[in-house]
Ligand binder design. Sequence first.
Ligand code: C2E
Ligand code: CA
Ligand code: CA
Length: 537
Amino acid sequence: MVAVALLVVALALTLDGLGRWLAAGGGAALAAAAAWAALEARRRERRLVRLAAVGQALAAGRPATPSGESADDALGRLGRALDDLSRRLAGTGRPPTVGDAGLHDPLTGLPNRRLFQELLGKQIAQARRSGELLGLVLCDLDDLQGINESYGHEFGDRLLQAVGQRLSGDIREADSIARTGEDEFTLLLGRAQAAEDIHQVAERLMAGFRKPFEVGDAQIAIAASIGVSLFPRDAADGDRLIDAAEAALAAAKRQGGSAVRAYSTSMEQGRRRRGVLAQELRVALRDDQLCLYFQPQISLTDGRLVGSEALVRWRHPERGLIPAGGFIPAAEAAGLMPELGRWLMREVCRQNAAWRAAGARRLPVSVNVSGRQFQSGDVAEVVEEALEASGLEPDGLQLEITESIALGNFERISATLFRLQADGVKIHLDDFGTGYSSLSYLLRFPVDVLKIDRSFVAGVPASRHGASIVRATLSLARSLGLAVVAEGVEEPEQLRFLQAEGCAAVQGYLLGRPAPVREFERLMADGGVDLAALLTA
Ligand code: C2E
Ligand code: CA
Ligand code: CA
């Protein structure tokens, strides 16, 4: 126990060292360090929760930590052992149930979906008579699955109870609350005077999630997304009122979670559009309307082509060529990403294997893998299968991940990435610096290359802010032994700045736009670009 605690302290000190080093890098790095410190505090909090639980397990006679293990490994291993134990205990240790099990959720004792629908029907009938306003608030926890997987289901259950209690405490007599899904609570706010009152309650509920919840001796933070709809403004009956709140909730989630959104009619139009798009996309997959474009990555030492990024395009029969940004989000929302991702991976591997077989220089191709693909849980199989089917050597494939993958289970994703890296596939951290947890990703995931986001590149050299972020990222990468690709390079002065700062590789419209296969092959035959000409342009 003491050994584990000491390891944790040692790890924390190393991380503090990194924080200090970053702080020395200037104002931008200071902001990054502050975000880092906040994240570290949360990580340490999680570790302590695990430690406390591990202590209990040890006290119950479980074996102690073998020496020579890193703190992360020890805690991970012990955490998993404990999760198993909690799962086994979960069958016997459930809290007593409240009310009629057919109408109440046995875990929280709150009304279940069935009872809630009855209640909603009655309240709507009453509101129709009285002309009062009703508010429906859907509250969905952002990462219960991750908590279940990290701390065990019993812990997750107790967290749900704590959330239910806090939400119940935050509402008035005229309001009701139900647990309507695995990680979803629904509140019905009655007798409101104005829409504003209901929005205030929703904001107050959201503020409740900024304070940690107590589970046993532990304090744990969990975020939620909230969708709000109003009767009679947004819907004429109960079912449609729920639909409207769901559309608002989906909009809050699309925003990245931890947000409150009220229903608006544009959401309905957006939903219909996405529905149509998803339907067409299924046809596109079937009818081969998707294709790959390749954007060159260029060495800043000599202008040689060092690789490319595959970007998907849709040759739409009526609307022409649609870039990835125009349909990937819809594909994600429609749950089409696993299918689309499998196609993409096969196609990239097939293409690169064909290039290599034709005697072209052996270059790697990067493929973007979205969070949704990781959530479906078979990324490693998809990649391995695509490599095998095409015969492409693993050094011909690189994966670009962003921190959106954190919405899934950290440990499982990390295991997938380690497995792929062991296969010989390189991992690139895309859009680096745009999310607040980028730094923690570097330590927890096996990353080989950082891609500096184009929003920072856009600012150099004119903006001091942009310039110091790019500099800080370059020196961070150097000290961690990582390669860097700066993306979104459009201007010669950006190129000059990046070269002067020692950035190794660049990607962007100045060097080459994403191009279809035949066009990209011409660049491959040239071997690269005339860097001197671009630098002096
Ligand atoms: P990303 O990974 O950041 O990809 C770079 C995007 O920036 C591409 O847009 C590219 O065309 C664009 N770009 C490249 N150079 C420049 C430049 O100099 N200036 C500007 N303004 N833009 C530049 P695209 O192809 O529309 O892709 C958008 C996003 O869609 C990508 O962002 C990526 O997150 C996603 N995506 C693209 N292809 C795939 C794919 O095959 N699978 C998955 N899962 N996502 C993809
Ligand atoms: Ca990318
Ligand atoms: Ca990017």
